[in-house]
Design a protein around this ligand. Sequence first.
Ligand code: SF4
Ligand code: FES
Length: 248
Amino acid sequence: MKLTLKIWRQKNAQAKGQMVTYPIDGIDGDMSFLEMMDVLNNELINKGDDPVVFDHDCREGICGSCSMFINGEAHGPDRLVTTCQLHMRKFKDGDTITIEPFRAGGFPVIKDLMVDRSAFDRIQHAGGFISINTSGNTQDANAIPIEKADADAAFDAATCIGCGACVASCKNSSAMLFVSAKVSQFALLPQGKVEATDRVMNMVKQMDEEGFGNCTNTGACEVECPKGISLENIARMNREYMSASMKG
Ligand code: SF4
Ligand code: FES
């Protein structure tokens, strides 16, 4: 395949960025999107040009770092996949592909397509954990019976990989799908009940401090989420927040 790539280039957070056009040839449909970017970068390096900086780690849909906005969609045109799992067979010979970083006030650009998503780490640190006494008397978690429906819903919420596609897809740059998934994975389990009040209050407070917007129920986040995290989690987080606020 012969393609035309229009890629956002930006030297650093302070610099003014711009779209730059790169023609590319010899792209196979079986290549992943990131392998296609590797081909481009090899060509740029061989010409003595600056390669395009983009984030990636696992390249198998687990780490959540491959944040790219492709043809106007977070992680591109395929459903339920990350950019690293997107294959070039989704595109046609002669296509023009526009590639931008995830754009949100809470995700400042570091360089080119790489953004700083450490705001998500700070939200996690604010409450996305449980404290366990490991003195030797700890009860085996598997000894506590849990309804199958609750276990399944908690597991589904726990599949959030913190990629930020929900934020990038939302007109308000809301992080509520991410935060609600992290709240829900504990709220549904007895192990998460102990710190439930502080957890939801602290995580929502941190989310607001990081500059993410509010949810207005547009649902774009759910559509673009590579892990299929449901909007039901936002409703659950709102219930958790209301009950925590009443406790004081
Ligand atoms: S909710 Fe989905 S889109 Fe948002 S961070 Fe988690 S996996 Fe990514
Ligand atoms: S590189 Fe890890 S999810 Fe894409």
